[in-house]
Design a protein around this ligand. Structure first.
Ligand SMILES: CC(C)(COP(=O)(O)OP(=O)(O)OC[C@H]1O[C@@H](n2cnc3c(N)ncnc32)[C@H](O)[C@@H]1OP(=O)(O)O)[C@@H](O)C(=O)NCCC(=O)NCCS
Length: 148
C-alpha cells in the first residue's frame, strides 16, 4: 500500500530530502537535491516539493512556472525529479509527474515540458512511458512535451 502526497519543504523533512541520491559531487543525470533547493531559493518561479509516502520521504520534484520565458521549453514543467533508491520502480515518479500535470492545469497550462539527458541509461524510457513525446533538443538535452 502506498499513501503518496506532495508537501512543501520544511525543517522536519529537509534532512531526509537532501539524502536522496545523487550525492554532491557524484556523476549523475540529475543534480543533487541540495543544489536544486539552493536554485529554488534564488528562483522565484521554482516550485520544489517533497514526495512523501505516509510520513516517509521517497522523492523530490521541482517544477518551474514561468509562462513568459522567452524559451518555450522553460515556460512550465518538470525541472528536477529524484526518487529515493529504495522507492524506485513502484510508481513514485509517475505520481510526481501527474501531480505536476495537475498543478499545470490549475495554472492554466495546456502542456508541460521536461529536459533529459539522452544517454541510454538516462531517464528517457521513464518520460516516454509517462506520456511525454520528444519535441526537440536544447543544450544537448532532449525536450519532452506532454499535454495536461
Ligand atoms: C527516472 C526516475 C525518476 C523514475 O522514477 P520511478 O519512481 O522509479 O518510476 P515509476 O515506478 O513511476 O515508473 C513509471 C513507469 O516508467 C517505467 N520506467 C521507469 N524507469 C524507466 C526507465 N529507466 N526506462 C524505461 N521505463 C522506465 C516503469 O517501468 C513504469 O512503467 P509502468 O507504469 O508501465 O509500470 C527514477 O528512477 C530516478 O530518480 N532516477 C534518477 C534521477 C533521474 O534520472 N531523474 C530524472 C532527471 S530529468
Amino acid at each position: 500500500m502506498s499513501d503518496l502526497r506532495l508537501a512543501e519543504l520544511d525543517a522536519d523533512n529537509l534532512p531526509a530530502v537532501i539524502q536522496i541520491p545523487p550525492a554532491v559531487g557524484e556523476k549523475a543525470y540529475v543534480a543533487p537535491v541540495a543544489y536544486s533547493i539552493a536554485e529554488a531559493y534564488v528562483t522565484p518561479t521554482a516550485w520544489p516539493r517533497v514526495i512523501l509516502d505516509g510520513d516517509a520521504v521517497v522523492g523530490f520534484v521541482m517544477a518551474n512556472w514561468d509562462p513568459d520565458n522567452e524559451i518555450p521549453a522553460f515556460r512550465g514543467g518538470i525541472w528536477r525529479l529524484n526518487i529515493a533508491d529504495d522507492a524506485k520502480g513502484r510508481g513514485v515518479g509517475r505520481f510526481a509527474v501527474e501531480e505536476v500535470a495537475a498543478e499545470a492545469r490549475r495554472r492554466g497550462y495546456d502542456e508541460i515540458t521536461v529536459l533529459w539527458n539522452p544517454a541510454p541509461d538516462g531517464p528517457e524510457g521513464f518520460y516516454l512511458r509517462v506520456g511525454f513525446q520528444k519535441t526537440g533538443e536544447l543544450f544537448g538535452e532532449t525536450i519532452g512535451t506532454r499535454r495536461v
